[in-house]
Design a protein around this ligand. Structure first.
Ligand SMILES: N[C@@H](CCC[C@H](N)C(=O)O)C(=O)O
Length: 261
């Protein structure tokens, strides 16, 4: 039995197990163990697990696993939670620079539990009949609907994620409705293989597709099942975007110790 000390964080209900691995003390963790720790009945329960790793060139390095135990592409809410955790552990001065699977990120703390996270620029958006497909660090299919609350996100999302085009590599699937002065987004997440309460890269993808034709700065309020986020960005071309910031809450829920086989 190996013992780990963990921290459970959530960002608009997208929840994560976080471990401080700056000394490499959890390098022995296997994909199966990650999957067990994320299990909501037999483990701690989470949509994903992250390691706070040491980096030579940045304040820290982010390693992200989906709940299925596999290392995956970028997690926006995870990045915000890991930045809040690094800040709690005394890293940085409220402005953090870290490296993740999709490249460099900046994060700024607004208090202890509000994190603004800079995302990678987006240079291409596929636009088909009634859908968009783009990569904001993770791949996202975006479908606009009239009544997002009426969508069967699990079955419809799963149908798209496992269709002939996406089955092999998978995709996340977002259902989006215009809501007040912004959008409401519900997401089926690859690697969780279920709807989550919020998906940061998904919310970012949806907000970019919500921009008008004009090349200018946009601020899009986004409602999710787990709370409110805001995406700020500059539209730089017909299908390109820069200076993209995902902004919202990221909070510690509890910490503890657990033995893993
Ligand atoms: N919840 C995340 C996305 C995590 C990665 C995703 N499940 C995938 O495998 O693409 C977010 O907040 O961005």
């Amino acid at each position: 039995m190996n013992s780990i000390h963990f921290y459970k964080y959530q960002g608009t209900g997208n929840d994560f197990v976080i471990m401080d691995n700056r000394e490499g003390q959890y390098n022995w963790l296997t994909d199966e163990q990650v999957n067990e720790l994320c299990d909501r009945r037999f483990g701690i329960g989470a949509d994903g697990l992250m390691l706070l790793n040491k980096s030579e060139d940045y304040d820290f390095a982010m390693k992200y696993y989906n709940a299925d135990g596999r290392e995956s592409s970028m997690c926006g809410n995870g990045g915000r939670c890991l930045a809040a955790f690094a800040h709690k552990m005394g890293v940085g001065d409220g402005n953090l620079y870290f490296i993740a699977v999709d490249g460099e990120h900046a994060a700024t703390m607004d208090g202890d539990s509000w994190v603004n996270l800079k995302m990678q620029q987006v240079d291409f958006v596929e636009h088909g009949p009634l859908y968009y497909y783009l990569n904001t660090g993770s791949p996202h299919f975006v479908k606009y609907v009239e009544d997002v609350q009426a969508v069967d996100v699990f079955n419809e999302g799963r149908g798209i994620r496992y269709n002939d085009r996406f089955a092999a590599d998978g995709t996340n699937v977002n259902f989006v409705q215009h809501f007040e002065n912004g959008i409401f987004v519900r997401t089926y997440e690859r690697g969780v293989e279920d709807e989550t309460y919020s998906c940061g890269t998904g919310v970012t993808a949806a907000a970019l597709t919500f921009a008008g034709q004009e090349e200018k700065e946009y601020v899009v309020p986004v409602q999710t099942l787990g709370g409110q986020l805001e995406v700020r960005f500059t539209k730089t071309g017909e299908r390109s975007f820069d200076n993209i910031w995902l902004c919202g809450p990221a909070t510690l829920v509890f910490e503890g110790d657990i033995n893993v086989k």
